[in-house]
Write a protein that binds this ligand. Structure first.
Ligand SMILES: [Zn+2]
Length: 236
């Protein structure tokens, strides 16, 4: 059962990131991070557990609020994380122009294709980049008003499962949109943010723990997405 876990950092505070990283360390389960900004916690993360990929934000460009080109947006992140081999853009912005830029910058794989609860297969794009779709995302689970007591995918199946979590939702144990919206004004105010953690219902943190417990119980060896890329490329 090939299971991969990814996290979109989405400008979470250092405390919130440290909270998420400690969980993966505790279970010794690998995770691919898609980083949005310069963070000491991300830069100093345990590289035996975490791979750092990039999560560029093209939204200001789409909204006409930016004088910075897509090329510069990508370069800025690669300056901070020069060993990044993968990309997922914030908001899943896709274009052949962007894919060409990624290729030019020696990115190996992209993960902008989300197929909720569906079967997924990676495939090589025309320029050699590997597209790795993913099929579970924490905020989409609550936007669908699904119960976090069930993942909506079968951990026991042989299907490829690629999960996407956000440290803010892991920290808040977000169970529904209202929990997040109440907490959102305190996104970077750790002291107040702590008061908005959901303790009443099953939430995102519980879902993550369910997966990690499953992997631990089955002694599953986990890998990050660049390791997956190399396995796929050797097979192909
Ligand atoms: Zn994002």
């Amino acid at each position: 059962m090939p299971i991969f876990i990814t996290c979109d950092i989405d400008w979470a505070s250092e405390e919130v990131l440290a909270d998420t990283f400690a969980i993966f360390e505790q279970y010794n389960v690998k995770c691919t991070l898609f980083a949005t900004h310069d963070s000491e916690v991300v830069k100093n993360c345990n590289k035996n557990i975490f791979e750092v990929a990039i999560h560029p934000n093209f939204n200001p460009l789409l909204e006409g609020k930016s004088t910075v080109s897509a090329n510069e947006v990508i370069d800025k992140l690669l300056e901070i994380y020069p060993t990044a081999k993968g990309v997922r853009s914030h908001g899943l912005v896709q274009s052949s122009r962007l894919l060409s830029l990624y290729k030019q910058k020696s990115i190996l794989y992209e993960c902008d294709h989300f197929c909720p609860y569906q079967k997924i297969e990676p495939y090589a794009l025309w320029n050699g980049l590997l597209r790795i779709p993913y099929n579970w995302e924490d905020d989409i689970h609550y936007l669908h008003e699904k119960d976090f007591g069930a993942l909506g995918v079968n951990l026991l199946s042989d299907d490829l499962l690629i999960f996407d979590f956000h440290p803010i939702h892991i920290f808040l144990n977000t169970d529904c949109e209202a929990t997040y919206l109440q907490a959102k004004p305190y996104y970077h105010d750790y002291k107040h943010l702590k008061e908005y953690r959901n303790t009443q219902k099953k939430g995102v943190r519980d879902a993550l723990i369910t997966i990690l417990e499953y992997l631990k119980e089955n002694q599953t060896r986990t890998t990050t997405l660049s390791e997956f890329y190399y396995q796929f490329s050797t097979k192909a």
